[in-house]
Design a protein around this ligand. Structure first.
Ligand code: ZN
Length: 308
């Protein structure tokens, strides 16, 4: 089994105080810090913590022609986010994630993954004022992501993760087509990350999606959803979210160990990728680090026992 992360990691606090003229250098230093945290914690497949990205929708919308961002929209309570709107034909402008990926490869020798917000979620979380239907917008965007994934793979990326938190059982066919368009003509290991969703409604159809791995969140619901996977003889690689990213309580090594044992009843250890439920960005950095460290420690012990 392997250890990995979903994507985001708490940004170093000083980053927000850096003046604009020094921002690029500071972001690179922040990536180095975030990568070092993951390496010290023992994570095998790293990300750059999505340090470059301000937000998972607008970051993409800002870099694709056809989008504008009107301003902050209230999503819940006092949380606002810059909601993009599609106002023209979507077109590929320039590389979106290539710079991030190339820099990450320079600062670590470990294997890395590239998380990409999926076309379906990007459209669901934007206004569509141009295309006649949601499907049309999703497929146009998937073509653009395909162009980007091609560049990433050409630059050496070998693990692409598509994030589709907005996935909905009513639109599974649209998501399926979008994933096929996003990955067409590309040979690369792929995962689909889905979180805070009703898995009961997505199974078993979600297992037909053409990705190698489903990365799901289990800690948040006390691992009950493993039962669904058992019912449907889960046969893909499993990204096993076993760290609650909404809680500051640091899970003990023993607790994570027991959770992994449960996951091993569902999939073979060779098909298991142990990670947190979702991105860690909302946690204090020291807590995110300690959670990852305990997760990796638990994997080390269970691997040792299994091999003995
Ligand atoms: Zn997530």
């Amino acid at each position: 089994m392997k250890t990995t992360v979903v994507g985001s990691y708490p940004k170093p606090k000083w980053l927000k105080y850096v003046p604009e003229k020094d921002k690029l250098e500071a972001i690179k230093d922040a990536v180095r810090a975030v990568v070092k945290d993951q390496e010290v914690a023992g994570v095998e497949i790293l990300s750059d913590g999505e340090v470059w990205r301000d937000e998972m929708t607008s970051y993409f919308a800002n870099r694709i022609d056809g989008f504008v961002i009107y301003g902050e929209v209230r999503v819940w309570g006092n949380t606002y986010y810059p909601k993009p709107a599609i106002v023209d034909e979507l077109r590929y402008r320039k590389p979106i994630l290539l710079q991030e990926f190339e820099f990450l490869k320079k600062v670590t020798d470990r294997k890395v993954k590239v998380p990409i917000t999926g076309a379906y979620t990007l459209v669901e979380w934007s206004f569509n004022e141009y295309y006649n239907s949601k499907e049309e917008a999703v497929y146009a965007l998937a073509e653009i992501l395909n162009e980007e994934v091609k560049r990433l793979v050409k630059a050496g990326a070998d693990f692409i993760q598509i994030d589709e938190p907005a996935i909905n059982s009513k639109d599974l066919e649209v998501v399926e087509n979008a994933i096929e368009i996003t990955l067409k003509g590309i040979k690369v290991y792929t995962a689909l990350h889905i979180c805070y969703n009703d898995y009961r409604k997505l199974f078993p159809e979600v297992m037909d999606l053409k990705v190698n791995q489903l990365d799901l969140e289990f800690a948040n619901r006390k691992f009950e959803d493993l039962e669904i996977l058992k019912e449907y003889s889960f046969d893909k690689d499993l990204g096993f979210g076993c760290i609650d990213v909404h809680s500051k309580r640091v899970e003990s090594v023993e607790e994570i160990f027991k959770a992994i044992e449960k996951a091993l009843e569902v999939v073979d250890s060779r098909k298991l990728y142990v990670d947190p439920d979702c991105g860690l960005k909302l946690l204090p950095r020291n807590i995110a680090f300690r959670k990852l460290k305990n997760m990796c420690e638990a994997v080390k012990i269970i691997t040792f026992i299994n091999e003995a």
